[in-house]
Design a protein. Sequence first.
Length: 586
Amino acid sequence: MNKSSSTPRQSIYKLLFSTLPLWCSLLVLVLLGVRQLTSNDLGYHLAFGETFFESGKIVDHTPFIYTLPSPEMPESDRPEPGPGNWYDDQGRYRFPNANWLSQVVIYGAWRLGGIMGLNVLRLILVAGLFVLLTAAMKRSKVPSLLIPPALLLVGVTINARLDLRPELFGYLCLLGQYIMLSKVTIQSGRPSSPPWIWVAGMVAIQLVFVNLHSYFLLGLAVTGAVLVEYLFAFFKSGMQVNRSQNSTVCGTAIYRLGVTLTGMVLVCFVNPWGWRLAFLPLQTLLYMKKYSIGTMEFVANAHPWNYIFEFRAFRQQIEESGTILPSQYAFMIVLAIAAAAIILQLAVMVFTLYKNAATGKKSVSGQETTGVKWAHLFITAGMGFVGLQMWRNIAVASLIAVPASLACITGGLQYFLGEKLERLIHKVFVLAGAAAILLSVYGGYQVVSGKLYDSDLMYNEFGFGISSTRLPMGAADWLNKNAPGARVWCDFDSSSTLRFFTRPHKDLPILTNTWAYPPGILYQNEIYRALGRPFGPVARKYNIDAVVLRMPAARNLVWQLDKDPGWKLVHTEGIHVLFVRSGQNG
């Protein structure tokens, strides 16, 4: 009687406080994909994709940048190339375009649906990202009551990186690999060997990954972490008397994971530039370390890449912002969760070693009933390190560190609490579900009202379209109507939008793609915009007719042009200003 009467109530509780919080949190996070397009890089991704559609050629040099060194310039006089870049035998500046396949997809969306096509593509990518993140946490055995707040935490952390960028494609690939790896990690001390179809799937994702975005080395790292876990388990089984079953399974798993990792390494070379793109992420890391990029402000003696906001280290972002933004708070919570996970897993290892010593067992690790989750432990520590290196990495780090950390915490609590953990979860089940629903409602209001974007200093708006406030769309329209043949000088942030949205496409002094020219070109651009060098000589050298600048970063040059009777302010919109030579049309 009691049993039958309580069943409907339990079903209602399950619906309201388990399923509903998850759907509420997912809805809020999908809404993060409904915002105006504001990426400064959008224009050059579209321009490179357009070139592929029109010529069938993948862009790996940019002849429309008119400040590039002349092909006839002697080698000894050419500026130093950036990491992975080179001058070819014709003197052209070349670079491995790590995002070429993403650019083809992005331009394909533009070709099908214009601005709305881009908005829909971004919405699909963002929705897919959070669906995969949910699956990743489920695969990692994270308790259902923790998944909604964990999703919301990640959403706040990566909010600033959810514009239409090739990174989104990389996030999806890495999450897909993490989900597949979660199927073969050692669960409750029981190893399992992946089937060959799984091996083929991992290699196939890596092949696509390497042609979509430069984060592909992270796929090798997470796969390597699982392989190390099986190596530990194999050596441990070798210390036991009855080792036949576990050692056989571990041996097979090690062999197939080794084949997987080898195949993934090999397909990194299957790209239009071979070894140049395969080594590009490592070369970039070494280059940034060599020049201390991301650790100092942009000053006259600093490397030019220090100007780029997203290359700054996370610590420096906190120091420079003057106030801690919601995304920064959220990432600090992610780091705190990761630290707790590492400490708890180390406690499991120490306690297991102590218990084995006390009972006379011989063991080299702690892979008992639940034991140390070595793969998740290494992934958690590694992703925390990756996120701290530069601001742009906090998104990819959080996407993997959060499910891995929660898997470590859940496994550790199960180890120490056993059945008590289930009773504890049951006691807080309704409370946690209600809290997740309330957080989702509040988060939804923050997103739709735009308050979340304002508090994170993103100045974005909820809805579809492209932002004329953050991008120089108005300046591009003015040039198209009034001065289509004008020679344009622009700053770094305005460049990509002007390249694609002017008709005919303008030659430019620079591009937001920092791989498209030697780093010295960026410095040459910045000394006029930010440091206030006299602009007259460069205007005469390149026959400049129009100047597009972004405020307030370009205020020094704006003041200079405003005082010069040879220049006329003809258009302002959002944060952009457009000057033309006096006497120019308009």
